[in-house]
Design a protein around this ligand. Structure first.
Ligand SMILES: Nc1ncnc2c1ncn2[C@@H]1O[C@H](COP(=O)(O)OP(=O)(O)OP(=O)(O)O)[C@@H](O)[C@H]1O
Length: 604
């Protein structure tokens, strides 16, 4: 019910305290993101990763502080409905000229739902959809992007200015002229058969995107009606001078850079919605939720994801079902065929070989969230008490949840609107992929059909090579996947192989990689059992083969490219490298795209 009067000073004070709470959050978030520049300039790679990890916690800390303040100063939880109606309206008023109104609304929802009791948890009090528009928000003197208007002749010079406009301090570019020339050559070779139009221009976001050991210029080239997305990775050479490593062009390359399987960027932004709008023009198929996530604004990502999900439910009629593939021993996984995500519940009981607990599993998922995911570990969104319409579930799936995760399930009319809901106490949501075992099986099936055999053998080889590359990228980032069976990996739309089963994941540096000892007696040799003592963190890489390489074609491809994964020395040497403090680059683009491999010299 819309209040007739806005006359409660208390409601105003509560709204104001909420906005102050949000402003404090964004100030700290932004300051931490801004410090990424200095860490990049000074090659503080460990600091960069630590900050990426720690920034994830900021939101919950600030929500907790705001809740405590509202309870202490205003006894907010005891205020009647009339006051809360007015709080929301005052809050809207306070956001009129705000530069992050969508984030502030989400913050309001987080704080409000923590304070109001479940019976009160009504959509009237929170922002079910945005109240304030994010269109055309501008800050004087701090434009979201910069535009440059070169001709083919001035392009190298313009690119030099474009790079210098980021005002990176430190040891400077090793050879700015060379790099600008290479970038200009790459751009002109993309446009050499087309007429350059009067509006030919480069637009680049005014903040650099920092992650791990890289900083990225992100923008687009416009010519006539064509727009070509562009990104330039800036790295350090051995003398800590900067250089441009490659030019990434087009939506696919940008999607790789912004993949859900990578750590979040640090970007200093006054108006995040304007960044999202610009990035969306580069990757129109990427949901806004994922773009907010990639920018480190995970709570906004979650909010938008849930809104998209509810909208999708309204415009679809299929049913939630158990996900295709081999069932998990610790996770119960389901999906909605028309929706490209899976939902994962932790089971209440695990078979004896899974010596774990709900808390341990959650901590492994948290480890992955905070770690550099190197393009090989899917990000997860974590939800509590999430509701789904009961009539959209296959009855078998409800039975499965009742049987294997009863503690997580509640069925009832939570909103009192006459519609029965399935409420799941805790679940993870992640991008759906094709499980690698299914992908391989499809290839095996086709191998027997002469007209498809060639394509199938290529598919198979690609999958096996990518699988090994995925493991090696994780190794580079100090991750031992634990359970390396095919079924624990998925194939993305872009053909990348990504890991998604985290319950046995360990830091590589915590594992003990060993060779199987030589048998001392004939009985030991013949026993067929593990006769040697095995510590809890011992790993015997040479024993992986029998589980993975039963199929001859798979074995051949694997041994040709990744035989080193079966050798304890390979793992041990990486462990020692990491222990010595070295951090490897895992580039979000193909090795072949790097300038050092691109043969042609610049035109200039
Ligand atoms: N992101 C995903 N996309 C598609 N299918 C998935 C995804 N995540 C999980 N699955 C399916 O659900 C199954 C179980 O998932 P997961 O491996 O996470 O569970 P688990 O209980 O940890 O498995 P395990 O028994 O190997 O420990 C997978 O084998 C796969 O078939």
């Amino acid at each position: 019910m819309f209040p007739q009067r806005l006359d409660s000073p208390l409601a105003y004070d509560i709204a104001k305290a909420m906005r102050d709470g949000f402003d404090r959050h964004y100030r700290l978030f932004r300051a931490e993101s801004a410090r990424a520049k200095h860490r990049f300039e000074t090659a503080d790679w460990h600091g960069q990763q630590r900050a990426q990890r720690e920034r994830i916690e900021f939101y919950d800390l600030r929500v907790g502080e705001a809740v405590a303040r509202l309870e202490k100063e205003f006894k907010a939880g005891e205020q009647p409905m009339e006051v809360w109606h007015q709080v929301k309206l005052h809050f809207i008023g306070l956001l009129v000229d705000h530069h992050q109104p969508e984030l502030a609304e989400t913050f309001f929802n987080s704080v409000t739902t923590k304070i109001l009791h479940r019976a009160y948890f009504q959509n009237d009090f929170i922002f079910v959809r945005p109240a304030i528009s994010t269109e055309y928000i501008e800050q004087q003197g701090a434009p979201t992007y910069r535009a440059y208007y070169p001709t083919p002749e001035t392009l190298p010079g313009v690119i030099q200015s474009l790079l210098l406009d980021y005002r990176l301090q430190g040891r400077g570019y090793a050879n700015l002229e060379r790099d600008a020339g290479r970038v200009a050559t790459a751009i002109l070779s993309r446009f050499h058969q087309v007429k350059l139009r009067a509006n030919f221009q480069l637009q680049v976001l005014s903040g650099l995107f920092y992650r791990n050991k890289g900083a990225y210029v992100v923008g687009k080239i416009i010519n006539g009606f064509t727009e070509l997305p562009l990104a330039l990775p800036i790295l350090h050479d051995a003398d800590n001078r900067f250089y441009i490593d490659a030019v990434l062009f087009g939506e696919e390359d940008l999607q790789m850079l912004f993949s859900f399987a990578r750590a979040y960027f640090m970007v200093e932004m006054e108006v995040p919605s304007a960044y999202v709008q610009f990035l969306r023009s580069l990757m129109p198929r990427k949901p806004r939720a994922e773009i907010y996530n990639a920018l480190g604004l995970a709570k906004q990502g979650k909010t938008l994801f849930y809104r998209d999900f509810l909208a999708h439910l309204n415009y679809s009629s299929d049913k939630f079902r158990s996900a295709p593939g081999i069932k998990g021993m610790v996770m119960l996984v389901f999906d909605l065929p028309s929706f490209p995500y899976v939902f994962k519940l932790i089971r209440d009981y695990y078979p004896p070989q899974k010596d774990t607990t709900r808390e341990q599993i959650k901590s492994k998922y948290m480890l992955v969230k905070q770690h550099d995911r190197v393009g090989r570990m899917a990000d997860t969104l974590e939800y509590s008490n999430v509701g789904f319409p009961l009539d959209r579930f296959e009855p078998e799936l409800i039975e499965e949840i009742k049987r294997f995760a009863p503690s997580q399930l509640e069925i009832g009319d939570r909103d009192g609107n006459g519609e029965m809901e399935v409420v799941l106490k805790h679940c993870y949501i992640e991008r759906r992929m094709i499980p690698l075992n299914i992908y391989l099986q499809e290839a095996f099936d086709l191998l027997d059909q002469p007209e498809h055999a060639h394509r199938a053998s290529k598919q198979l080889e690609h999958a096996v090579v990518e699988y090994g590359n995925a493991i090696k990228d994780m190794v580079a980032a100090n991750i031992f996947p634990g359970d390396m069976l095919w079924k624990n990996f998925g194939v993305t739309r872009g053909g990348k192989v990504v890991f998604y089963d985290y319950d046995e994941i360990e830091y590589l540096t915590d594992c003990n990689f060993r060779k199987v000892p030589a048998p001392r007696t004939e009985e030991e040799e013949m026993s067929g059992e593990v006769w040697y003592a095995v510590g809890p963190k011992d790993v015997f890489p040479e024993t992986f083969g029998p589980f993975l390489l039963g199929n001859a074609a798979v074995r051949e491809a694997f041994m040709a490219h990744h035989a080193d994964l079966l050798d304890a020395a390979f793992w041990q040497s990486h462990k020692e490298r990491i222990q010595a403090g070295q951090m490897l680059d895992v580039f979000p683009y193909d090795e072949a795209q790097r300038f050092k491999h691109v043969g042609h010299e610049p035109y200039f």
